[in-house]
Unconditional design. Structure first.
Length: 81
C-alpha cells in the first residue's frame, strides 16, 4: 500500500470512527481474539457486537450475529480476578 492510499484510509477512519482504548491483562487479548475468530469475527467486531447486544442495538452495523454475553466460554475465571 502506498503512502497516499494509507493516508487516505487514515483520514477516512479519523472522520468516520471514534477510538476507544481498553486495557486487559497480559495474554487475555489473544484469548479474546481467538474466541472472536472461533465465532467468525474480528476482535473489533466481537467487541462492537458485545456492546450492541448489551445496549440493545440490533441495527447490525458490524454485519455479525448477536453475541450471547452470558456464554460460559468467556466467563471470568478465578485466576483473572
Amino acid at each position: 500500500m502506498g503512502r497516499t492510499s494509507a493516508a487516505a484510509k487514515n483520514r477516512y477512519s479519523n472522520k468516520a470512527y471514534d477510538r476507544i482504548g481498553i486495557l486487559v491483562r497480559k495474554g487475555r487479548k489473544e484469548r479474546i481474539r481467538s474466541y472472536a475468530e472461533s465465532k467468525g469475527m474480528s476482535l473489533n467486531g466481537y467487541i462492537n457486537a458485545l456492546i450492541d447486544a448489551d445496549m440493545g442495538d440490533d441495527s447490525g452495523k458490524w454485519g455479525v450475529e448477536p453475541v450471547d454475553i452470558e456464554d460460559d466460554n468467556m466467563q471470568k475465571t478465578a485466576s483473572e480476578d
